[in-house]
Design a protein around this ligand. Structure first.
Ligand code: F6R
Length: 606
């Protein structure tokens, strides 16, 4: 999604902004631009393409300035063109604006402004803002009043920032629903849509809440309420991620780095305090109905949760894709809704939680980004502690969420007396063995997975099949293949196959089947039955299975054999294998792995 940064203080702000928006590239974008203060006039430079290219094409670094704002755009209104790229100027060129979010009533505002003589250069919703600021400033001569009047007219979601030649030493910003932070350095102050915008300069951040605005200058900042204009005393939050943790550390892509970081991610998820997990458990236990929400990968994470809560705690907790939640879920004051979200900024998930809250439900969220909107919105936030996930494709954050859901289900099972203490201890021991097992598999099997992926790189269609808890793993693994390799992949429960899809089995479609350990006899046998069905039609099956001696011999067209592991961690290990399979397919096809097309790191629009 769009990224915002701004800085005031140092002399080489064009360069500071360059680093800032480069650190926001991971959010996904198609064009970018900057507005720089040049004495008392504003220079805007922008274009389509990557930050490095645009900076070079527009020769941005040659401008020396003490103040500026920058933006990466992910198109929502209007084509990907130079004219539609932020920042936007007012007619008199005294205001330059960048914006993240959507102004839903922009058409109506635009028509009104055009009638008053304002000329528009773009098709975007954002461009109404500089014109409104110009109009109100002409009437009042008061910048804060102009900002407040402008914002009053805007419907929708926004984090906006502007600079103005009427006050060349300050950056103004305001927010409703889209994230906005200030970065507080000694000699330089920042604004950003997330912490990465200023990660290289300061760890001190001020989180701006809805309906607040801020004025930032070299020596300080002031935060005020948009409705009352009263000053608000905001605490400084210290962000513990450092810029080194955010960098690639020798890996060719963040995706691979983050896959390899999973042993540590699991350790961190296991170290989340017991009392935090217990709070979630109590909220679920007390509720008459509980629901899980997430979208994309995090929906599959929560669907995994549904199976785990059912198996370990005897409690049916349906997972609903966040975007469908309001249509499907009859929540009330006796309900508890638990969201999962890496970014904590996903529009659909925030909307689902707000909907639940409007019906009186209690809410919780497992999130990775501290200070994110979701973490502040819910009654019970759980920070998963996975560290920055830079690749647009989610890997380590999803696995950590699954660990936390498993821990919660186990604790609930204990409380519900569905499992005995001894069983609980056994499961926890298995979870604690996971980091070493993943590490071993990553070290020993990556080469082989690479070869298999490379050999099958030209396969156009994959069917991903799993039964029981392996079904959400199949769905998530298919999504990984689609989003990073742009290869058609469909996740499906094995049982579905003979209800129509078997008709598709031929040489144009390959299957991947997630085989449970044979200690889960019923699941194991019925999964193998589906393999037989495909093989009987000469279909290709890549079996991902655990070493069971000779039992599976000759069943698969090709196989990935894993060391035997306890059943509770088996699906998680298979998911890691599928992440690598998607990664290597994508690199074989020379895809843009860390910034695949049409996906943004945090989807902050609905
Ligand atoms: C997939 C992916 C997306 C996100 C989805 C939700 O790899 O990254 O499907 O999972 O946009 O994002 P969060 O978890 O930030 O709410």
């Amino acid at each position: 999604m769009c990224g915002i940064t701004g800085a005031v203080g140092l002399k080489d702000i064009a360069n500071v902004l360059f680093e800032g928006i480069r650190n926001l590239e991971y959010r996904g974008y198609d064009s970018c631009g900057v507005a720089l203060m040049n004495r008392n006039s504003i220079i805007v430079k922008k274009n389509v393409g990557g930050v490095g290219d645009v900076y070079q094409k527009e020769n941005i670094l040659r401008h020396s300035t003490h103040l500026g704002i920058a933006h990466t755009r992910w198109a929502t209104h209007g084509q990907v063109t130079r004219n539609n790229t932020h920042p936007f100027l007012s007619c008199d060129k005294n205001f330059a604006v960048i914006h993240n979010g959507i102004i839903s009533n922009y058409q109506e505002l635009k028509v009104r402004l055009q009638k008053e003589g304002h000329r528009f250069q773009s098709e975007t919703d954002t461009e109404v803002i500089p014109h409104l600021l110009e109009k109100f400033y002409a009437k009042t001569g008061d910048l804060e009043a102009s900002l407040i009047q402008t914002v009053k007219l805007l419907e929708g979601t926004f984090a906006i920032a502007f600079i103005t030649s009427h006050q060349p030493d300050q950056i103004y910003c305001a927010k409703r629903e889209s994230p906005l932070l200030l970065g507080i350095g000694d000699e330089v102050k920042f604004i950003g849509s997330d912490f990465n915008a200023f990660i290289d300069h300061t760890k001190n951040a001020v989180i701006i809440d809805d309906d607040e605005y801020a004025i930032v200058s070299k020596d300080g900042y002031i935060v005020k309420n948009l409705l009352t204009r009263e000053e608000i005393n905001k605490p400084i939050t210290r962000m513990e991620w450092d810029s080194e943790t955010s960098k690639k550390g020798g890996y060719p892509h963040y995706m691979l780095k983050e896959i390899y970081e999973q042993p540590q991610t699991v350790v961190n998820a296991l170290e989340v305090e017991e009392k935090t997990v217990d709070r979630l458990v109590n909220m679920i236990h007390k509720s008459k109905s509980a629901h899980l929400v997430g979208v994309g990968t995090t929906y599959y994470v929560t669907l995994y949760g549904t199976y785990i809560f059912s198996a370990l705690a005897g409690r049916y907790i349906p997972a609903i894709s966040s975007d469908e939640f309001a249509s499907l879920s009859p929540v009330d004051k006796d309900s508890f809704v638990l969201a999962a979200s890496q970014s904590g900024e996903t529009y659909d998930t925030i909307s689902a939680i707000k909907y639940a809250q409007s019906r009186g439900a209690k809410t919780g969220a497992i999130v990775n980004v501290m200070g994110s909107t979701l973490s502040r919105l819910v009654d019970c936030p759980v920070l998963q502690g996975s560290g920055p996930e830079i690749c647009v494709i989610s890997t380590k954050a999803a696995l950590a969420q699954m660990i936390l859901l498993t821990r919660t289900a186990l604790k609930l099972g204990l409380k519900n007396k569905k499992i005995a203490r001894k069983t609980y201890d056994g499961f926890m021991k298995s979870l604690r063995s996971l980091p070493d097992i993943i590490e071993g598999i990553l070290n020993e099997r990556s080469g082989f997975i690479h070869r298999v992926a490379h050999n099958h790189r030209n396969v156009k269609n994959w069917l991903y099949l799993g039964r029981g808890v392996y079904y959400p793993i199949a769905l998530e693994s298919a999504l990984k293949m689609k989003e990073v390799a742009y290869v058609h992949a469909e996740g499906m429960p094995c049982g579905f196959l003979k209800h129509g899809t078997l008709a598709m089995i031929d040489s144009d479609i390959n299957s991947i089947v997630f085989i449970p350990p044979n200690s889960e006899k019923v699941l194991y046998e019925s999964t193998l039955a589906s393999v037989e069905e495909i093989r009987a039609r000469n279909g290709f099956v890549l079996g991902i299975h655990f070493d069971e001696g000779n039992r599976n011999q000759g069943l698969f067209s090709e196989e990935l054999i894993l060391p035997p592991v306890p059943p509770v961690i088996a699906p998680l290990i298979q998911m890691v294998i599928a992440q690598l399979f998607a990664y290597f397919t994508a690199t074989s096809l020379k895809r843009n792995v860390d910034k695949p097309r049409s996906l943004a790191k945090s989807v902050t629009v609905g």
